[in-house]
Design a protein around this ligand. Structure first.
Ligand SMILES: NC(=O)c1ccc[n+]([C@@H]2O[C@H](COP(=O)([O-])OP(=O)(O)OC[C@H]3O[C@@H](n4cnc5c(N)ncnc54)[C@H](OP(=O)(O)O)[C@@H]3O)[C@@H](O)[C@H]2O)c1
Length: 306
């Protein structure tokens, strides 16, 4: 396993984390087996959210922790709050505090290693978030904080008020959804990749030591499916297969290696609940794509170099 430092903290974390959004694919025994295998592979970082499976994913994970009390100290558990499904986003102090209590209860733990604000709330009062974060640190319920799907100005606004570092920004990134990378290569052009969708979040995070956690690394669109084997991406699949053959590995590992090759030291959040798939993902740490191969995949995914 490759390890990275999480943001400005001293936390050493695996460059691959388990995303638990699809955990209800498993029963309790399956979840226990999956968590234990992940730990054996060095993947001791688990990403949750209060809303995954309507709370069911945290609950299932909590059952695994309840049955194996020794596990909690071997892992880092992150969860998110702030989305009230189908209704609104809510970063009020009251809602954040209530949400964390719900996460802790479902997860069967008394602290979160990282709390992440899930999606920017237009009505956010940063002073309230600061009060919530201070209360959570004081009560020992949360150790570190991060955000998700936020642009640089949103993080700067929050940072002006809170007393803790923002360690992570969790953002969508895959070979096919890499506008944060295209933006930096098509500066000032009339091409599609020049459209500034995120305020330059990639460079901002690198400048400010904020770890980018990449969500849906195997998907195209927003949960439309994986591009691996998809007839929508014939050239990309040709190149992925060729590199898998060259490195005597799986296409899954090559896709993972493409993200790990980026010098921003990102943490990839992998969402499959299959042990075999997680092993393939982790084997990406055994080789490194060359610069030319990284660009070849980028181009094959449909991006351009002006
Ligand atoms: N912050 C946010 O707004 C946000 C949004 C979405 C997700 N997330 C986080 O990101 C995590 C990952 O998201 P995700 O599950 O969409 O990511 P993902 O790892 O890109 O997708 C996993 C899905 O892709 C399928 N897949 C098919 N072929 C695959 C292959 N060759 N290799 C790997 N997977 C393949 C998997 O199926 P199999 O079951 O067959 O392996 C699984 O259903 C979530 O669990 C969650 O923690 C965060």
């Amino acid at each position: 396993m490759k390890f990275i430092k999480l943001g400005k903290s001293e936390l050493k974390v695996p460059a691959i984390a388990v995303g638990c959004m699809r955990m209800l694919d498993l029963d309790v025994a399956g979840a226990e087996n999956f968590v234990n295998t992940a730990l054996e592979l060095g993947v001791n970082f688990f990403d949750h959210a209060d809303i995954y499976g309507g709370g069911g994913c945290e609950e299932l994970f909590g059952k695994v922790l309840a049955a194996n009390p020794g596990l909690r100290e071997q892992m880092l558990v992150q969860s998110k709050c702030g989305i009230v499904p189908g209704k609104m986003y809510d970063f009020s102090k009251e809602y954040i505090l209530e949400s964390v209590d719900g996460c802790l209860k479902r997860l069967h733990t008394d602290y979160l290693d990282v709390l992440v604000l899930h999606r920017p709330d237009a009505l956010m009062e940063p002073e309230e978030v600061a009060e919530a974060f201070d209360a959570l640190v004081q009560s020992g319920k949360v150790r570190h904080f991060g955000v998700s799907n936020q642009n640089p100005y949103q993080m700067q606004l929050l940072a002006k008020y809170i007393h803790q570092d923002i360690l992570v920004d969790q953002l969508q990134l895959s070979l096919t959804n890499s506008s944060m990378i295209s933006l930096g290569m098509e500066v000032n052009m009339e091409s599609g990749g020049a459209v500034n969708r995120d305020g330059g979040v990639l460079d901002f995070c690198r400048l400010n030591d904020i770890t980018i956690q990449t969500w849906s690394p195997f998907q195209y669109g927003m949960f439309e499916g994986t591009f691996i084997g998809s007839d929508k991406y014939p050239e990309l699949n040709v190149q992925l297969n060729a590199l898998a053959e060259k490195y005597n590995t799986s296409v899954t590992a090559v896709v993972t290696a493409w993200i790990l090759r980026h010098p921003a030291n990102m943490q990839m959040i992998a969402g499959s609940m299959k042990v075999s798939r997680l092993k393939e993902v982790c084997s990406a740490c055994e080789f490194e794509l060359t610069r030319e191969e990284w660009y070849r995949l980028y181009l094959a995914a449909g991006h351009i170099l002006p």
